[in-house]
Each structure stands twice: as structure tokens, then as C-alpha cells.
Write a protein that binds this ligand. Sequence first.
Ligand code: SF4
Ligand code: SF4
Length: 285
Amino acid sequence: MKQIIIISGKGGTGKTVITAAFAALAKNACFADCDVDAADLNLLLKPEIKQRHEFRSGQTAIIDQTQCNQCNICREVCRFDAIRENFVVDPITCEGCAFCSHVCPKKAITMQENIAGEWFVSETRFGPMVHAKLGIAQENSGKLVALVRKKAKEIAQLRNCDWVIVDGAPGIGCPVIASLSEIDYALIVTEPTLSGLHDADRVIGVTKHFRVPTKLIVNKYDLNIDMTKKIEEYCETNQIDLIGKISFDDSVVKSMVDGITVIEYTNGKVKQEIINIWEKIKQLK
Ligand code: SF4
Ligand code: SF4
């Protein structure tokens, strides 16, 4: 079984469109949407949720008003000013450090786990999928990403899948780093612009740091041939394998509007270009 991830230096490069296209081409694969802050692979793969689980992360202090004698000690020690004058904890500002619960002479404070989001095991028309939704204003997406990856791998093993195909988060933050563990190949999607190259270079820095073999895909390469040439030169200088280039094609947007993959939508050039890239990925050792 091989685990591949599709990532990009920033959002909007076509990363999810390409991931969904690979999903349509791969036979016997399991999918993981690790872009938990802005999950949208579901818009193209239309998962049917089979299992729904709470994601718990972090803690919030709760004061039992029947036990509290209003001594004010907890308010004095809370560095985050999270306890209001009426001795009710503000769940937004409480950092879950539990200091108040240790100093309360009446043992009136308990720590409660936060429900920080949900994760799902679903079926799509191409295979099983694990995805998640982080709650509003919730942090720790790295932990949720790691959970989604772990579950996707477990399902893939259980079903003897040949592939785990991961839609990664954009950028170089904690969710990306969390999603890179045990990955066989990272495919970085970029566009032919100076900022696109700059962003791709930053992600390549991360994948190199974690020693993940990395390939580059230039999406909409024909919109700026000069810049595509610069990216090719960059790849040569930095020994990055440019695994494929995909043309601009408005059928990509039309397929998104229809909520299907570009592979299902068209038989045009763009489909063949993606198939060519997928064939190369299949050959990777
Ligand atoms: S320390 Fe305990 S008893 Fe004192 S105000 Fe806080 S919750 Fe109430
Ligand atoms: S857990 Fe920490 S941050 Fe939250 S109310 Fe208690 S002392 Fe303040």
C-alpha cells in the first residue's frame, strides 16, 4: 500500500480538484481529507456518512456553583482572566490549564474535555473516505489531521487498498506537518506565478525537512509559459521531479459546479494530462 498526499503552498491552486481526479482514477483506494479547516473534497466525492465521531481536544474549567463559596482565589490565579465576577468560566478565554481546579479550597472546579469537532467515516463512489470538521474557533487541527490519517490507514489496511490518497492542508503550518507522517510521496501543486513558485518552495522546504520524496505539478501551466519555464529551471536546480503539467481548461470549473471530478466531466486534454500524471505515480517505487 502506498500513501500519497497532494498539497500546495496556498489555497486555490487546484489541489482538491487534482486529488479528486486521482480518486476517480485510482482503483482500490481510501481517501483522507486532511484540510480540516476548510474541507471541500466532499463537494466532489459526495461521501455518504456511515460513522460520525466526536473529536475531543483540550479542556475547560467548570465551577459547581453549589460548592463554590466565592472566595475569589480562582479568579486571582487565572492568568487568562477567564473567570467572570459571578464565578462562571468563560469557555472562550479559558485555556484549560487546570490551575484553578488545583487551588480551589472547596474542590468546586472540574475540568471538562472540549468537543472540538467531528470526524467521519464515509463511502464514496470511488472508495472509503475519512474526513473531519473542526469546530468554529477550535484549534489543534494538527491532532485532528493525525487522527484522520490514522483512521484512513487503518481502513485501507482492513480493505487491502493499494492507495491512501490524502488531500492535505494548504500552507506550511501544523496541519501539513501532521499530515506528512508515513507518506510515501508528496505531490505539490503550484500555479505559474512568482508567488506560486515562492509558496511551492516553502512547502518543498517542509517536505525536504521531513525527508518525504516530493514531486511537483504545475497547474494551468499554459497561462504563463515564461513562469512555467522558470519553475522548470527551479526544479532542475533543486532536483525536484516535475511530474506533470496541466493546462487551463474551463471544464474544470464546470465540473466543480456540477459537483463531479474533471475525469468524469470531460474527455478533453486536461483529463489526459491528469491520467498521464497518475500513470507516472503508479510507476513510482
Ligand atoms: S476557588 Fe473555588 S470556592 Fe473559591 S471562588 Fe473559585 S470556585 Fe469558588
Ligand atoms: S483552567 Fe486555567 S485558564 Fe481556565 S479558568 Fe482555570 S485557571 Fe483560568
